[in-house]
Design a protein around this ligand. Sequence first.
Ligand SMILES: O=C(O)CCC(=O)C(=O)O
Length: 261
Amino acid sequence: MNDGLLTLSREQKSFFDDHGFLHLPGFYSGQQLQRLRDEYHQLVTHTDERPANLSYSYMDPAEGYPPDDYNPKNVVGMMDQVMASDFWIDHFTEPRLVGAMVDCLGQDLDFHNGKVRNKPPGFESTQGWHQDWPYELHSKPELAAAITYLDPTDFEAGATEVIPQSHLAALPTEEDKSTLIQQDVDESKAVVCKADAGDVVVIHVLAVHRAGHNFTERSRNAIINEYKSAGAIDKWNNRCALAGMPLARGGRQLMPRLTDW
Ligand SMILES: O=C(O)CCC(=O)C(=O)O
């Protein structure tokens, strides 16, 4: 315990509150990271052995960018990877990660959803600047995503960019879209989240951010788990797997470990 915080230092908690995002370098390392990377390789290669209630999407190889051996099917996305196996339940309920999300969002914490966002070689990001809020409306904006990076992820190698302190208000979106009016976004303050394998970046639901392109020969892979406070009521009709599952009450974590990870 640190000032009542479960995982974060006081400085990290203040940074998240003030900036709307938080980079946690080396969150996973050593054997824990190796197992995570191995399980992930199984996830994107043994795709036929999975329950039907999770989904994969694949990217056609970009010209001049063959798929790499770690992600040979060019999986570009997944929804509900948490259903893949006990390991993936253990990933989103990892006690230090849940602790970090409790520290960011409050002592009563629920799961929101899980997905995979890969940037295979030659991936070009078309989504643009956005807040996650229009995609996941709730009674109040007490949600955040935890992105776990499995590869070094730098500028033009799939890095996520964030605009610090953009999380204080919901901004208008493009007509009939959920992305922001791109020309209204002041990019001059954007930060490139240069991540290493095993880093986690937490992004507040109102923080303006975007995914980067990947102009390298190596797939840049990441898992995104989203969490919310129990008091944030779903207005979006969240049908994702395990949506709303209670993870902590009064700061006490509820989920047992299922594997030896
Ligand atoms: O993949 C990334 O770098 C960011 C993902 C993202 O923007 C999102 O899922 O909302």
